[in-house]
Design a binder for this molecule. Structure first.
Ligand SMILES: *Cc1c(COP(=O)(O)O)cnc(C)c1O
Length: 404
C-alpha cells in the first residue's frame, strides 16, 4: 500500500536501480526466449505459479516493470500492457462478453470504441445499447437479462460529461454487471476508478501516460484472475503485445507525469476561462468551470480537471474549419495529451465514423472543437486562439454586411 504521495511514487515506485549494474533508469530487455534451469520450473512459469516471463508475446522484463508500475498507481492487483489503447479496450470488453451477451455503453465515447462496438462486436453476436449514464434510472432500466458489462468513459470524449463511477459501479454490481472505465483523459494521478468500484481500468497510454506523442500503447488494470485471462486467452492469441522499447519509453514518460498533468490542468483551466468569456464562443465544456453541470461531482471524483477543453463556435461546420486553419501555435491533429497544444474538429475528424444524427445525440455538433492543452505558456496558447477568433469573426461580419 502507498504511504508517500503519488507524485513521489510515480518516480520511485517499482522502478528501482538495477541490482547488477546499479543503473538508475531501467534496462531494455528485448529477449523473446528465457532459459530455465529445469523443466519443472518452466512448467510452473507457464502455469502462472511463478512471477517469471517465458515467451515475448506474453511479456518481457521491461514490460513487466511497466505493468507493475501501472498496477501500483491504479491500485489494482495486476496490469497488462498491449500494443494500443484499442487493443486494451477490445480485450477488456471481450474478457466479459461472448456471443449472446449485451453491453451497456455511455453515450459519447472514443470514436474507435464506438466503431468496435457497432461494427466488429455484432459480428461475434455481442449486442450493445448506448445509454445516458448521468441518469442512473435510465441505466437501471436499460439492463437486460443478458447484460454483462457497463462500459464508461469519464470525462467523456468529446462532451466532457462526468459520470459517477461509484454510483454506477454499485448499481452495476447489484445487477451482476462488470464495470470497465476508460481512464485515458485522467491518468491514475487524477482519477482511480478501481478505488471507486470499477472492475477494469483501460488506458490509451499513447496519450498522457507516455505523454510525448511517440508511442502507441494500451494498458488494462484489474484483478489477477481477469488480467491473467486476458493475457493468456485474448491478448496472447490475438498477438497484441507491446514491445520492450516502447515499454521503456512509457516508463520514462511516467516519471514526468505529475508535473506534466499539473501544467496540462493549469493551461486547460486558463484556456477554458478565456473561451468562456469570449463573445464568439457559445459553449465551453470543461469540468473545472463552475458552469459545468457536474462541477461538484468532478471536484469529489477527480484530483485535477485534465487537459482537454471542448467548445462551440457561433457558426457552422465551415466556421469551425476556418477557425482551425487560422491557428498558428496549436496544431490540427488527431491525438491528445502531448506537449504541443493539439486541436481538432470531432464532426469531421475523430468522430466522423459516427453517423451525423447519432453524433448530434452524443452532443457532437458541427461547430464543436476539441483542444488538448499542451505544455506551452498559457498566454501564448490564448493569444493564438484570440487571434484566430478575431480573424474568423471579422470575416463573418464582413460577409454578413455584404449580404445585407
Ligand atoms: C486515443 C484514445 C483511445 C485509443 O487509443 P489508441 O492508443 O490510439 O489505440 C481510447 N480511448 C481514449 C479516450 C482515447 O483518447
Amino acid at each position: 500500500m502507498r504511504t508517500r504521495s503519488l507524485e513521489t511514487e510515480i518516480i520511485h515506485a517499482i522502478t528501482k536501480p538495477d541490482e547488477k549494474t546499479r543503473a538508475v533508469s531501467p534496462s531494455i530487455v528485448p529477449a523473446v526466449a528465457y532459459a530455465f534451469t529445469d523443466v519443472e520450473s518452466a512448467i510452473d512459469t507457464v502455469m502462472g505459479k511463478t512471477n517469471d516471463v517465458y515467451y515475448g508475446r506474453y511479456g518481457n522484463p521491461t514490460i513487466k516493470l511497466l505493468e507493475e508500475k501501472i498496477a501500483f498507481l491504479e491500485q489494482g492487483e495486476e496490469a497488462l500492457a498491449l500494443s494500443s489503447g484499442m487493443a486494451a479496450i477490445s480485450n477488456a470488453l471481450l474478457c466479459y462478453l461472448t456471443s449472446g451477451d449485451h453491453v451497456l455503453v455511455t453515450k459519447d465515447i472514443y470514436g474507435g470504441t464506438h466503431h468496435f462496438l457497432t461494427v466488429l462486436a455484432p459480428r461475434f453476436g455481442i449486442e450493445f445499447d448506448f445509454v445516458d449514464c448521468t441518469d442512473l434510472e435510465a441505466v437501471a432500466a436499460s439492463i437486460k437479462s443478458n447484460t454483462k458489462v457497463l462500459y464508461i468513459e469519464t470525462p467523456s470524449n468529446p462532451s466532457l460529461t462526468i459520470l459517477d463511477i461509484k454510483a454506477l459501479s454499485k448499481l452495476a454490481h447489484e445487477q451482476g454487471l462488470a464495470v470497465i472505465v476508460d481512464n485515458t483523459f485522467m491518468t491514475p494521478l487524477l482519477q482511480r476508478p478501481l478505488d471507486l468500484g470499477a472492475d477494469l481500468v483501460v488506458h490509451s497510454a499513447t496519450k498522457y501516460i507516455n505523454g510525448h506523442g511517440d508511442v502507441i500503447a494500451g494498458l488494462v488494470v484489474g484483478n489477477k484472475r481477469d488480467i491473467s485471462f486476458i493475457r493468456k486467452n485474448l491478448m496472447g492469441d490475438l498477438g497484441q503485445n507491446l514491445n520492450a522499447w516502447e515499454a521503456y519509453m512509457i516508463l520514462r514518460g511516467i516519471k514526468t507525469m505529475a508535473i506534466r498533468m499539473k501544467k496540462h490542468n493549469e493551461n486547460a483551466l486558463a484556456i477554458a476561462e478565456f473561451l468562456n468569456e469570449h463573445p464568439f464562443i457559445s459553449k465551453v465544456n470543461y469540468p473545472g468551470l463552475i458552469s459545468h453541470p457536474q462541477y461538484e461531482l468532478a471536484q469529489t471524483q477527480m484530483e485535477g480537471m485534465g487537459g482537454i477543453v471542448t467548445f462551440e463556435l457561433k457558426g457552422d461546420f465551415d466556421t469551425a474549419k476556418r477557425f482551425l486553419n487560422q491557428l498558428e501555435l496549436a496544431m490540427i491533429s488527431f491525438s491528445l495529451g502531448d506537449p504541443e497544444t493539439l486541436v481538432q474538429h470531432p464532426a469531421s475528424m475523430t468522430h466522423a465514423s459516427i453517423p451525423k444524427s447519432e453524433r448530434e445525440k452524443f452532443g457532437i455538433s458541427d461547430g464543436l472543437i476539441r483542444l488538448s492543452a499542451g505544455l506551452e505558456n498559457a498566454d501564448d496558447i490564448i493569444e493564438d486562439l484570440k487571434n484566430s477568433l478575431l480573424i474568423v469573426s471579422n470575416e463573418l461580419q464582413k460577409e454578413l454586411s455584404y449580404s445585407i
